[in-house]
Design a protein around this ligand. Structure first.
Ligand SMILES: Nc1ncnc2c1ncn2[C@@H]1O[C@H](COP(=O)(O)OP(=O)(O)OP(=O)(O)O)[C@@H](O)[C@H]1O
Ligand SMILES: [Mg+2]
Length: 322
C-alpha cells in the first residue's frame, strides 16, 4: 500500500524568549492509502500542533521543526516557503467539527469553492462550479446547482458539514484531517461526521487522520491508533487491540477503562492532568499519574519497545516483556 503521509523522528519546539520548549518528541507516524488513523490524547498533548507542523502552517519564527516528513512519498522541504505553500493547498484538507466557523456568511457556497480553487489551481470559475456540483452530488447533497447559489446561513448544519468536506476534497488531498475540539462535542454531530468519513473512506479510499479525545469515536472509525501524551506517542497499535483489551501503556489502559459502555455505568476518572509545556521534565511524563510508576520511571528515556511488528509502546515497565 502506498503511503500518503509519514513522519520520522518528528519533533516540534516552541521558541519563547530565551527558552526552547519541546512540544512534540520524535513522532513516527504513517498513513497509508485508504487507511483511517486515529490520534487520541487529552487536551494539550500536541495533537493539533502535530498536523499543523507537518503541513508547515506554523510561523517559523516561533516554531522549530526537527526530523523528516513525507507526503505521498515526497520529502517535504520546510526550507522552501514557495513549495510549502503549494503543498499546503493541495494536501492540507482540514475539516473542523463546527462547520459554521469555516464559512463566511456573506459569500455563497459557490464562492467558497471558487476561493479555494482560485488559490490553488488555474481552473476557470465554470470548471470549478462543475467540479463542485459533482462533489456535492457524491456527498448526497440534493439539487447541488441550487445549493451553490445559497448562503451558509440558508443551509442546515449537516449540509454545511458535507459542503465543508466537499471543498476539502476538491483538491484531492493526500490526507483528510478531522480535528475534533475537546469542548462542546455534540454527540449527534460527531456521529454524523464519523459515518460520513467512514463512507468516504470505503467508497473512495480517502486516507483520514481522525483526531479526538474520545476513545469510543476513535475506536469506531480507525484502522490504527496513536496515543499521545505530553508530546510523545506513548503507544501505537491496530485498533483490534482495544477490543482485545491488549493495550500496554498505563495511559492507554486508563483511557480504555474510562471509556463508557452499555454495561459500565460509573466511569473511573483519570486523576490529575497532563503536564504543561513549562512543567515538563525528563523521564516519563506520565509517571506522576501512573499507578505502576516507580523511581526509575522518572529518569526513563522514553525509548520504544516493540510489542509486535505493528504494536509499539514507550513504557519502562514493558521493556523486556514483549
Ligand atoms: N500558538 C501557540 N502558542 C503557544 N503554545 C501553544 C500554541 N499552540 C499550542 N501550544 C501549546 O502546545 C501544546 C500542544 O497543543 P495542541 O494544541 O497541539 O494540543 P491538542 O492535543 O490539540 O489539545 P486539544 O485536545 O485541546 O485540541 C499545548 O501545551 C499548548 O498550550
Ligand atoms: Mg487540538
Amino acid at each position: 500500500m502506498k503511503e500518503q503521509l509519514r513522519t520520522e523522528k518528528w519533533s516540534v519546539y516552541l521558541k519563547q524568549q530565551d527558552k526552547r520548549l519541546r512540544v512534540i518528541t520524535e513522532t513516527d507516524l504513517k498513513i497509508k492509502t485508504g487507511e483511517i488513523i486515529g490520534l487520541i490524547g487529552e487536551s494539550g498533548c500536541g495533537k493539533s500542533v502535530f498536523w499543523k507542523s507537518v503541513l508547515g502552517l506554523q510561523n517559523p519564527a516561533v516554531w522549530e521543526l526537527e526530523g523528516n516528513a513525507w507526503i505521498r512519498g515526497e520529502m517535504v522541504n520546510f526550507q522552501n516557503p514557495e513549495e510549502l505553500r503549494s503543498m499546503r493547498g493541495r494536501e492540507a484538507a482540514v475539516i473542523l467539527q463546527d462547520p459554521m466557523s469555516s464559512f463566511d456568511q456573506v459569500f455563497t457556497i459557490e464562492q467558497h469553492f471558487w476561493e479555494t480553487a482560485k488559490a490553488h489551481t488555474n481552473w476557470s470559475r465554470k470548471e470549478t462550479a462543475e467540479k463542485a456540483v459533482e462533489l456535492l452530488r457524491r456527498l448526497y447533497i440534493r439539487e447541488p446547482e441550487q445549493v451553490l447559489q445559497m448562503y451558509p446561513f440558508q443551509c442546515s448544519g449537516g449540509m454545511l458539514q458535507r459542503i465543508m468536506i466537499a471543498i476539502a476534497l476538491m483538491m484531492e488531498p493526500a490526507v483528510l484531517i478531522a480535528d475534533e475540539p475537546t469542548t462542546s462535542v455534540d454527540v449527534t454531530v460527531q456521529r454524523e461526521i464519523l459515518s460520513m468519513l467512514k463512507e468516504l473512506n470505503q467508497k473512495q479510499q480517502t486516507s483520514i487522520l481522525y483526531i479526538s479525545h474520545d476513545l469510543r469515536a476513535v475506536e469506531s472509525i480507525s484502522d490504527y491508533v496513536y496515543v499521545m501524551y505530553a508530546g510523545y506517542v506513548v503507544e501505537s497499535f491496530p485498533v483490534s487491540r482495544l477490543k482485545e483489551e491488549n493495550v500496554r501503556h498505563p495511559y492507554t489502559q486508563k483511557l480504555l477503562e474510562a471509556r463508557p459502555s452499555f454495561t459500565k455505568k460509573r466511569l473511573p476518572v483519570l486523576q490529575g492532568r497532563p503536564p504543561e509545556l513549562m512543567e515538563r521534565q525528563s523521564g516519563c511524563p506520565f509517571a506522576a499519574r501512573c499507578p505502576m510508576a516507580d523511581e526509575a520511571c522518572k529518569t526513563f528515556d522514553m525509548k520504544k519497545t516493540a510489542i509486535s511488528e505493528n504494536h509499539m509502546v514507550r513504557c519502562r515497565k514493558q521493556e523486556g516483556l514483549s
